[in-house]
Design a protein around this ligand. Structure first.
Ligand code: PLP
Length: 469
């Protein structure tokens, strides 16, 4: 995207809007950004210019810009001007990188810690595959759900994650997001309601936007979704599907206890609800209670991915599905990517067969345990919820902090964190929290540095905008 630094002659039409003028300006700004009238990087008029053009006070424009900054629409620096914010790049290579500057640390992304072990295993396996006379088979079109060999290996892998593991129920996917996409494409119609936890994985929210699904948030406590709230929501909305992450929930880190899992499984059976069980962090919690897929196998689609356990770039995963959904899932797979890449499915198959998959997962788990210890030391005195091997920390903000303010303050010091509200499925959730990803920094030293910046930032009081009186 090109850098646009031209002075914008933006002039919002606020006459027809109700409510305070400063909010009307912020709303008009939001709409113009959404519609593309204002592109990222555009320089906004100064407070004084816009106030003059609109015939309002400079203070009103300052308040509207402050509101727009709070909403993440614009940002600016004293002396440089105010600009329409650039959307974070969706490119993995871009977002995985640490922010610019000598102290830049990205604690905003649940990217798994990587070591030489993955590269060595990959290199060895590719070399072995290169010498294999049947290599050419991997260049053919294959069955949409994966070749028999790859479905077999996928089922074997799913078994290590607490799923009965049946090749006939296994579909090889291009990672969890693709698994979710084909599942919801197969299960739902546009406009339909899907139940989700009130704080949920943003990839699910994006998927709902893409497929035109309505999300209904389900009330959630320290043990996960409230069974009575889940059942009520299912009855009231008539939803046929519920998406959740029972083991090391993203972002809250909750591991749903067995008793509640049983209750959820019973509700699913009673209400003929399909649970989409996204358990991609389960390898980090080998002692986690039984999967919903084993408690309610006819009502659960289990989503697994190699992204966190092995390497995100493999783009490979698997789902376990009741056979009645297979025809539609197969059709969705055909339409989305025809089939997962056989060469990567072969890498996974070999790693499952020779124990590399479990070994690499174990290395990551050990690293995460160390990193969580570092987090515990760095965040002493803060109120947070975590799991001993989780890739993130869910931290409750000190009283003075709210919403995206800590994200902006930490970014100012070169550290990226995620605002809790990014995970909200319903209005208002997550505003009192941030998610700190501890797996992404390239080493423990960077993690320590990033965490100390976050701790120092939150210990101070937020900077109040002097323009607001
Ligand atoms: C809960 C959850 N599900 C799915 C994904 C996406 O996984 P994949 O990279 O396999 O598409 C993520 C990635 O962060 C995640 O946190």
């Amino acid at each position: 995207m090109t850098t646009q630094t031209t002075l914008s002659d933006w002039l919002p039409n606020i006459e027809a809007r109700r409510g305070p003028t400063y909010l009307a300006i912020a709303q008009a700004l939001a709409e113009d950004i959404r519609s593309g009238n204002l592109s990222p990087g555009t320089r906004m008029p100064t407070h004084r210019e816009l106030a003059y053009q609109l015939g309002v006070t400079v203070g009103t424009v300052s308040r509207s810009y402050a509101e727009a900054t709070r909403l993440g629409l614009i940002d600016g620096e004293v002396g440089r001007g105010t600009f329409v914010r650039r959307r974070p790049s969706r490119d993995m290579g871009e977002i995985a990188r640490d922010p610019a500057g000598p102290n830049g640390v990205n604690l905003g992304l649940n990217y798994p810690p990587m070591s030489q072990a993955e590269t060595d295993a990959f290199s060895e396996t590719l070399a072995a595959m290169a010498g294999d006379r049947s290599l050419g088979q991997l260049l053919e079109y294959t069955a949409h759900c994966g070749s028999a060999r790859h479905r077999h290996a996928g089922a074997r892998w799913l078994k290590t994650l607490g799923v009965p593991g049946d090749p006939e129920r296994t579909v090889v996917t291009s990672g969890a997001q693709n698994g979710m996409l084909i599942t919801f494409t197969a299960l739902t119609e546009p406009g339909e309601t899907v139940l989700v936890d009130k704080l949920t994985f943003p990839g699910m929210v994006a998927l709902a936007n893409l497929l035109n699904l309505r999300l209904t948030p389900v009330e959630f406590d320290e043990h996960g979704p409230l069974p009575e709230a889940l059942e009520r929501a299912a009855v009231e909305t008539g939803a046929r599907a519920y998406y959740t992450m029972p083991t090391i929930h993203n972002p809250t880190n909750v591991v749903i206890p067995l008793r509640r899992r049983r209750e959820i499984a019973e509700i699913a059976k009673r209400r003929d609800l399909v649970i989409v069980e996204d358990d991609i962090y389960r390898f980090l919690a080998p002692d986690a209670p039984e999967t919903l897929a084993s408690l309610a196998p006819d009502n659960t689609i289990f989503v697994a991915s190699a992204a966190k356990q092995l390497a995100p770039g493999l783009r490979i995963g698997a789902i376990d599905t009741p056979q009645r959904h297979l025809p539609r899932i197969e059709a969705a797979m055909r339409t989305s990517t025809w089939m997962a890449t056989p060469a990567m499915a072969e890498v996974l198959a070999r790693w499952v067969e020779d124990g590399t998959a479990e070994h690499l997962g174990e290395i990551k788990r050990a690293e995460m345990i160390e990193r969580q210890r570092i987090a515990k030391r760095a965040l002493t005195g803060f109120d947070y919820h975590t799991h001993p091997a989780s890739m993130h920390v869910w931290l409750r903000l000190p009283e003075a902090w709210r919403g995206r303010d800590p994200v902006a303050a930490a970014a100012h010091r070169g550290v990226t964190i995620s605002a809790g509200e990014v995970f909200a499925a319903g209005a208002g959730a997550g505003r009192r929290h941030i998610r700190i990803s501890v797996g992404n920094p390239k080493d423990r030293h960077s993690l320590e540095r990033g965490l100390s910046v976050v701790a120092a930032t939150l210990t101070e009081l937020p900077f109040a905008d002097p323009a607001i009186v």
